[in-house]
Design a protein around this ligand. Structure first.
Ligand SMILES: [Zn+2]
Length: 220
């Protein structure tokens, strides 16, 4: 290859890099704006969020998983200033999921997990909240629609899971919950990392980071 051709290519590459950097900066700015809007909405909706949280607790006392999930989803959508996705509750779901448009909950699976890991009602409520909020995290981040990172699917899966864990931790703090109740559940379900999920220590760290970020924001 001649020098001129090489220079032409490198100028092209430089141009592409500049465009990419500009696009990334614009995306960062957009995300920052969205965060600020969501933060303002949280402040404005704090009483309504608390009301939905209390209604969810009433449903939990009746052992009504569907009612609890409905009210919790309402609180989470107010918290993150997003439109409410439909909720599907049924035994045809593996456990909990977000399919890109809906939040899916298997109440039997949820009750089995709670009976095994939670010694009291507050733990039941917080673990259930956390499961739903984790799926809302996937929903908000558009994970079901993100094209696969060819050759790096495991890294992509782990990034998406930790982001959803962060969102769920964040939500727990705003819903007056305790992030430490998750420890036992995650220890069993993510003892070691898999192709789809990181191990429990990374997941607990992400959940705690979200939890403390929300506490800081709420105090500010
Ligand atoms: Zn997930």
């Amino acid at each position: 290859m001649g020098i001129a051709a090489a220079l032409g290519l490198s100028a092209l590459a430089e141009h592409d890099n500049k465009k990419r950097r500009e696009r990334e900066a614009a995306e960062r700015e957009q995300r920052e704006k969205e965060r600020e809007v969501a933060k303002a909405a949280r402040r404005a909706a704090v009483a309504t969020i608390e009301c939905a949280r209390r209604e969810a607790d009433v449903a939990a006392k009746r052992r009504d998983v569907r009612g609890f999930a409905e009210k919790t989803l309402t609180a989470l959508c107010l918290l993150f200033n997003i439109s409410r996705p439909p909720l599907h509750v049924g035994d045809d779901v593996d456990n909990f999921a977000s399919d890109g448009s809906r939040i899916l909950v298997n109440p039997r699976w949820a009750i089995d997990v709670l009976e095994k890991h939670c010694p009291h009602a507050a733990c039941n409520r917080d673990v259930l909240r956390w499961f739903i909020a984790h799926e809302v995290g996937h929903h908000m981040n558009g994970d079901a629609f993100t094209p696969p990172w060819i050759g790096a699917e495991k890294v992509q899966n782990h990034v998406q899971e930790l982001r959803a864990d962060y969102v769920a931790g964040f939500a727990l703090a705003y819903l007056n919950g305790h992030v430490e109740y998750l420890d036992s559940v995650l220890r069993e379900h993510a003892t070691i990392e898999s192709d789809t999920h990181p191990d429990f220590s990374k997941r607990m760290r992400a959940a705690r980071e979200g939890f403390y970020a929300a506490q800081l924001e709420a105090r500010a």
